[in-house]
Design a protein around this ligand. Structure first.
Ligand code: ADP
Length: 429
């Protein structure tokens, strides 16, 4: 009703005025006034309609306002435009945020149109696939990633298959490629760097193969004896083989112990810290070295500091004991072993074992802490080694933010030292 009230009252007023004029002057004058009034009214509305058309054609124009009938229309229109504008801004901001997130994804993302032309790509796609936003947008991806397996895979019907490919930017990197279908026949090509995954998988395979191999020899020896015993009528014949069987069983036990130690280190994320009396620990290690060497080596001890360490006593014992045992095992009779515990001016602490043993060629040094890596397999076995000692040392030291340093000269001897950061050291005072 409010809409009709204004135009009707105007027309009514105009008719009344025109009638009064017709009665007072002449009918012609009355009609003229009526016609003139209608003309003005029409022009007024046409003008408002022109403003409205202009405003709708471009949203940059100033906002419209007016009184009366058009005021109401403009008010509702401006409200709608404002709502639409803020919705657009929100959608644009959301889109930008999504693009920003996708842009910084660690996986390479390339959006392709229905003809496999590049529509969009993120930073990781540049790094992993060697594509460039500036150069390659709008290009056919098959022209850029020239690989027959990639071509076949991209053209295949079944989009659920993944493809493993060498990265075009670096031969050492492997990529796993996947296609995700998008609306409007577009597709998303996702490239994931699986180099580390492949390396870990290869390590796991090697590890299982190594463990199986290590266990197989002693178990075969023991089984061989047991089979022979079945045919042996004399118990004395049986007895003389027991030491070898015991030795092989010991070997299995040591191996299982070391594997369990490693598994425990890997399964517990943090060390259970306490104040470890390292000087007392080093003294104990020197005594044990004395016993182990059976008087064939000269053991010296140098405790330059009474500093203690914040760490796990059991783990630290096992790591440092491994270093000392190795020094004894790889040093021929008459040699010297030195144990030293000291602190540096910067607050760090260091445990060093030196020996005058056989030494290690420089090429082996970087690989010594790998599981089952041995310079001389026969020597390691003969002295009861499992090939896991230094791997345990490395693990324990890493858990204490410490570093293992190995210096060695072939034929002269070696120095293995564990460097602990100042934050782990409790000074003597
Ligand atoms: P293993 O049980 O074979 O001793 P480790 O992991 O303790 O295994 O050591 C790996 C390899 O490092 C050994 O097989 C040996 O070749 C070498 N090695 C370790 N310590 C010494 C040392 N003090 N002198 C010479 N070689 C050593």
């Amino acid at each position: 009703m409010s809409f009709w009230w204004r135009p009707l009252s105007f027309l009514l007023g105009l008719s009344l005025l025109a009638s009064l004029l017709a009665m007072g002057k002449s009918a012609g004058t009355g009609w003229m006034l009526f016609a003139a009034g209608l003309l003005v009214y029409l022009l007024y509305h046409l003008r408002q309609l022109a403003r409205l058309t202009a405003r709708l054609a471009s949203e940059d124009r100033p906002t419209l306002s007016s009184d009366g009938l058009w005021g109401d229309v403009y008010y509702r229109l401006e409200k709608l435009l404002r709502a639409r504008q803020s919705l657009q801004q929100k959608i644009a901001a959301d889109l930008e945020q999504m693009l920003e997130a996708t842009r910084s994804l660690p996986d390479g993302v390339v959006i392709l149109d229905q003809d496999n032309r590049i529509v969009w790509l993120n930073d990781a796609a540049t790094r992993l696939l060697g594509l460039s936003t500036k150069r390659d947008l709008g290009q056919f991806v098959l022209y850029l990633l020239r690989n027959s397996r990639f071509g076949e895979w991209l053209g295949a019907e079944d989009l659920s298959r993944t493809l493993t490919l060498e990265s075009p930017t670096s031969r050492e990197h492997s990529l796993s490629l996947q296609i995700v279908p998008l609306p409007r026949q577009q597709k998303m090509l996702v490239a994931r760097d699986i180099t580390e995954l492949t390396r870990v998988e290869a390590m796991r395979r090697d590890f299982v193969a190594n463990v199986s191999h290590e266990l197989r020899t002693p178990v075969t020896v023991i089984l061989g004896f047991l089979e022979a015993f079945e045919d042996m009528p004399d118990a004395l014949d049986f007895q003389k083989h027991i030491p070898l069987m015991r030795e092989q069983s010991e070997r299995i036990r040591r191996l299982v112990d070391d594997l369990l130690a490693l598994a425990k280190l890997e399964s517990e994320p943090d060390t259970k810290d306490e104040a470890v009396d390292v000087p007392a620990l080093v003294r104990r290690l020197a005594d044990e070295a004395e016993t182990l060497s059976q008087g064939k080596l000269q053991i010296s001890l140098s405790l330059e500091s009474r500093a203690r360490l914040i760490g796990n006593g059991q783990e630290l014992y096992s790591a440092l004991a491994n270093l000392v045992t190795n020094a004894v095992r790889y040093t021929p009779a008459g040699g010297q072993i030195g144990l030293r515990w000291g602190t540096a001016e910067n607050g760090c602490a260091c445990f060093t074992v030196t020996d005058t043993g056989e030494g290690i060629e420089a090429q082996h040094l970087p690989r010594l802490t790998e599981r089952f890596y041995r310079v001389d397999r026969g020597r390691s076995r003969a002295t009861g080694g499992t090939g896991l000692g230094l791997a345990i040392v490395k693990h324990v030291l890493q858990r204490h933010q410490a570093r293992l340093k190995i210096e060695s000269t072939l034929g002269k001897g070696s120095a293995f030292s564990a460097h602990f950061p100042a934050e782990r050291v409790i000074p003597a005072s």
